[in-house]
Design a protein around this ligand. Structure first.
Ligand code: NAP
Length: 251
């Protein structure tokens, strides 16, 4: 029998969960458990890491998983790498549900860097007012450039002191709007943005606002993940699952 594991953490994963639930598909949804009060999907949920590749292989076997849909964030490279290796080892089918990267539009002023270290290096020496739109995980990488003011946007309020001496954290959960992000950039007199090339609609608002205001952006490229079939929409995932589900759904 088909049993699906959805690796979540994105809007796309939530949409897929809703569709799988509507279709009455046997599926379980996995969260890393990083944020307080995560939005609950329309599927049974498990929380927390699997324990690397061996833990995931064990989980796939114990739970009788036949298909994994990796709908994690494009920057969640460790989980995605683990999924490729574990599915191969366990003989489980895998696809990714992944939004395309952002492409620049006329008027955008983007410079591309390979990774977080590249973004730190690309910062100017003279003090600037920077919107550091990278989440909370890699903030300490920027501690070596303390001369800048950093605006942070975090899902949860930071626990303890921020690793940056001159920073303000606003607490907010996407999706965001261009008007809202324009107001945020103006309020904090931001003159440079550092962001990951996450793709998607809600997180793009800051880039559209930046174009409007003539603010340059340092955009971090996506990490490398081994080849796997990539689906851009929930419909594509359902088509990918079709051969397995056709005998079961509605039966
Ligand atoms: P990561 O570095 O790729 O993963 C680190 C470890 O966290 C994994 O090895 C795994 O632990 C555990 N993990 C990650 N996603 C999981 C999931 N969906 N279910 C169970 N365990 C999971 O991941 P990350 O970048 O920290 O992201 C963590 C979560 O936040 C992901 O679900 C991702 O979709 C979401 N997210 C990430 C970003 C981002 O920019 N990185 C942005 C928005 C949302 P074990 O090795 O123990 O299995």
């Amino acid at each position: 029998m088909t049993r699906i594991l959805v690796l979540g953490g994105t809007t796309e994963a939530m949409k897929l969960a809703a569709t799988l639930s509507d279709w009455g598909v046997d599926a379980v949804f996995s969260y890393a458990g990083r944020t307080n009060n995560p939005t609950m999907p329309a599927l049974p949920v498990r929380m927390g890491g699997f324990g690397g590749v061996p833990g995931l292989v064990q989980y796939l076997r114990d739970e009788g998983i036949t298909h994994v849909v990796d709908a994690t964030h494009p920057f969640a490279a460790q989980m995605s790498n683990n999924a490729v290796v574990a599915c191969e080892e366990a003989g489980v089918e895998l696809c990714a549900l992944e939004r395309g990267p952002w492409r620049n539009k006329p008027g955008d002023s983007w410079s591309h860097v390979e990774d977080m270290a590249g973004a730190v290096e690309a910062l100017p020496e003279s003090p600037r007012r920077i919107f550091l739109a990278i989440g909370r995980q890699y903030l300490s990488d920027f501690a070596g450039k303390p001369q800048h003011f950093y605006l942070l946007r975090l899902v949860d309020a930071p626990e303890g002191d921020l690793p940056l001496p001159n920073a303000v954290a606003v607490q907010a959960r996407g999706p965001f709007t261009e008007a809202g992000d324009k107001a945020l950039l103006q309020e904090h007199k931001i003159d440079l943005i550092v962001a990951k090339n996450s793709g998607g609609v809600g997180a793009r608002a800051k880039l559209d606002a930046a174009r409007e205001l003539g603010i340059p952006v340092i955009l971090i490229d996506r990490p490398h993940i081994p080849t796997r079939p990539i689906m851009r929409t929930v419909t594509d995932v359902m088509d990918w699952l079709d051969h397995a589900l056709s005998d079961e759904v509605g039966a």
